[in-house]
Design a binder for this molecule. Structure first.
Ligand code: RB5
Length: 151
């Protein structure tokens, strides 16, 4: 299952992304926000990142004004690899090298057309494994140490 959420700064882009995903035949669950009222991005980033962290959702997409706040929130959650992507190359690398399970976009700094294109590249990409898997394993080990109170 795919999850998506935004704050008010990412709302128009989120709506466009939902359309793009549905056009690709991908069902996506929208966890808000639903209107222009000012909201706090951690409340919405948390919903998606927690579900991905628990394995309740396969992938997630988060949008705020810049993508920065949502990235900070999402990467607090164990097992989440949230990638702030800003062009076709970073979208490709987010999959091939980082195996990102969440991508983050900035609704005030990118066009929605670019966002849809980047998400398509991320979804069509293939994780390369090998040395990149070793690096992800190191990140997982850091998470385990942190959770065990070792650092
Ligand atoms: C909201 O005004 C804005 O701060 C938020 O969307 C995001 O850009 C934070 O990183």
């Amino acid at each position: 299952m795919f999850l998506i959420a935004s704050d008010h700064g990412g709302l128009p882009m989120k709506e466009r992304i939902v359309d793009c995903l549905r056009q690709r035949g991908i069902e996506v669950r929208d966890l808000g926000t639903t209107n222009d009222d000012s909201v706090d991005y951690p409340d919405f980033g948390e919903k998606v990142a927690r579900a991905v962290s628990r394995g309740e959702a396969e992938k997630g997409i988060l949008v705020c004004g810049t993508g920065i706040g949502m990235s900070i929130v999402a990467n607090k959650f164990p097992g989440v690899r949230a990638a702030l992507i800003w062009d076709e190359f970073t979208a490709q690398m987010a999959k091939e090298h980082n195996n990102a399970n969440i991508v983050v976009l900035g609704g005030r700094v990118q066009t929605s057309e670019l966002a849809c294109r980047m998400i398509g590249i991320w979804l069509d990409g293939v994780f390369e494994g090998g040395r990149h898997q070793q690096r992800l394993d190191k990140i997982a080990r850091i998470e385990e140490d942190l959770l065990a109170g070792k650092l």
